[in-house]
Design a protein around this ligand. Structure first.
Ligand SMILES: NC(=O)c1ccc[n+]([C@@H]2O[C@H](COP(=O)([O-])OP(=O)(O)OC[C@H]3O[C@@H](n4cnc5c(N)ncnc54)[C@H](OP(=O)(O)O)[C@@H]3O)[C@@H](O)[C@H]2O)c1
Length: 303
C-alpha cells in the first residue's frame, strides 16, 4: 500500500514521515510548492506522480488567531483545498483520511464530545475546518475524518515548545486553567492514522465517516504546562513556576472552547485504535527536545 501524505513540514506530516511502516507499506509526502491546496492542478500532478492507494491530508491553515482577520485564506485552504483533495480521491476511487479539529465545538457541553453532538464553532478557523468536513464528506464517499486536538510534537510550533522556550527567560508563566482538553502527541496520531489506513486495506466493509482521535486522558493548559516543567526539571531542562489564570485574563483574537474533550469510543470500536496517554507523549516530546534537538527548536518563536 502506497500512502500519500499531503503536507510536508507540519507537525503531523513530519510525524507521519518519521514512522517506520511495516513491510508492504510505503509513506511518501508532498507539500508546497509541489502540491499547493490553493492550486488544484498541482494536486492532480502530485497524485499522478505518486500513484497512491490511499491519501492522508495533514495540511491545513492552522493559524487560529490570524484566521479571525483573514477568514478567506483559512476557508480557501481548509474548505476548498480539502474539497479539491477529496474530489481527486473520489475520481480515482481512493480512500481519503482527512484531519479536523475540536474547534468545531463551542465547548459548552459538560462531558467529552461525541461525533453526533451538534457543532457550533466559536471562530473563523473552526468554521473553515467545519466547512472542510462537510465538503470532504460530500465529495468523497470513501472518507475518514479524524477530529483531533491540542497537537504537540518536537516539530513546528506548539504549546510544549513554547513553554520550554519561555522558561529559558522567565521565572513565572501565567497559563489558562479553565480550558480542558486532550493533548495529542503528533507521533501518536500519526501511528493511529497508519493503523486506520491498514484497517481500511484489510477490511471488506469500512465504516466511513467521522471519528474523534485524541490522546488518552484530560488536563487543562495549566496542568499541561506543569507536567512539561516537571519532566523538563527531571531531565535537567528549563523550568518555570506556572500561575493559573482564567481565559478572561488572557484575551486572544479567537475565542476557544472551554471544554475541548473528545470521546474516541467510535474509533476504538470501528478500528480497534486508541491513542496512548497524553503524558507519555509529553515525556517523549520533552526528552526529544532536550536531548536530541536542543538548542535549535527551543530558540524558534512559538505560537
Ligand atoms: N495543531 C493543533 O493543535 C491542531 C488541533 C486540532 C486539529 N489540528 C489539525 O491537525 C492537522 C495537522 O495540524 P498540524 O499541527 O500538523 O499543522 P501545522 O504544523 O500548522 O502544519 C500545517 C501544514 O499545512 C501546510 N499547508 C498550509 N497551507 C497549505 C497549502 N495551501 N497547500 C499545501 N500545504 C499547506 C503547511 O505547509 P508549509 O510547511 O509549506 O507552511 C504545513 O506543513 C490539521 O488539519 C489541523 O487543522 C491541529
Amino acid at each position: 500500500m502506497r500512502i500519500l501524505v499531503v503536507g510536508n513540514e507540519g507537525q503531523l506530516a513530519r510525524s507521519l514521515k518519521a514512522l517506520s511502516p511495516p513491510p508492504g507499506v510505503e509513506i511518501a509526502a508532498v507539500g508546497r510548492p509541489a502540491l499547493d491546496l490553493l492550486d488544484p492542478s498541482t494536486i492532480k500532478i502530485a497524485f499522478d506522480a505518486a500513484q497512491p492507494d490511499l491519501v492522508v491530508n495533514a495540511a491545513a491553515y492552522t493559524a487560529v488567531d490570524k484566521a479571525e482577520s483573514e477568514p478567506d485564506a483559512a476557508f480557501a485552504v481548509n474548505g476548498a483545498g480539502a474539497e479539491a483533495l477529496a474530489q481527486q480521491c473520489a475520481m480515482r476511487s481512493l480512500p481519503f483520511i482527512h484531519v479536523s479539529t475540536d474547534y468545531v465545538f463551542d465547548g459548552s457541553k459538560s462531558s467529552p464530545y461525541r461525533e453526533t453532538d451538534p457543532v457550533s464553532p466559536l471562530g473563523a478557523y473552526g468554521r473553515s475546518k467545519l466547512e472542510g468536513e462537510r465538503r470532504v464528506a460530500a465529495a468523497c464517499p470513501q472518507h475518514i475524518i479524524l477530529r483531533t486536538a491540542w497537537v504537540f510534537s518536537p516539530y513546528g510550533q506548539n504549546f510544549v515548545k513554547t513553554m520550554l522556550r519561555l522558561a529559558a527567560s522567565r521565572p513565572e508563566i501565567a497559563v489558562v486553567d479553565d480550558q480542558i482538553g486532550n493533548p495529542t502527541y503528533a507521533p501518536h496520531l500519526a501511528a493511529a492514522i497508519l493503523e486506520v489506513a491498514q484497517g481500511i486495506a484489510r477490511r471488506d466493509s469500512v465504516s466511513w465517516g467521522l471519528y474523534h482521535a485524541v490522546g488518552s486522558g484530560e488536563v487543562t493548559w495549566c496542568g499541561l504546562a506543569r507536567e512539561v516543567f516537571a519532566l523538563s526539571e527531571r531531565l535537567g531542562g528549563p523550568k518555570a513556576d506556572v500561575r493559573a489564570i482564567t481565559t478572561a485574563e488572557y484575551p486572544t483574537p479567537a475565542r476557544r472552547p472551554a471544554n475541548s474533550r473528545l470521546d474516541c469510543t467510535r474509533l476504538r470500536d470501528a478500528f480497534g485504535v486508541e491513542l496512548p496517554a497524553w503524558r507519555e507523549g509529553v515525556e517523549d516530546c520533552v526528552r526529544e527536545l532536550l536531548t536530541v534537538r536542543q538548542p535549535e527548536p527551543l530558540n524558534r518563536s512559538g505560537p
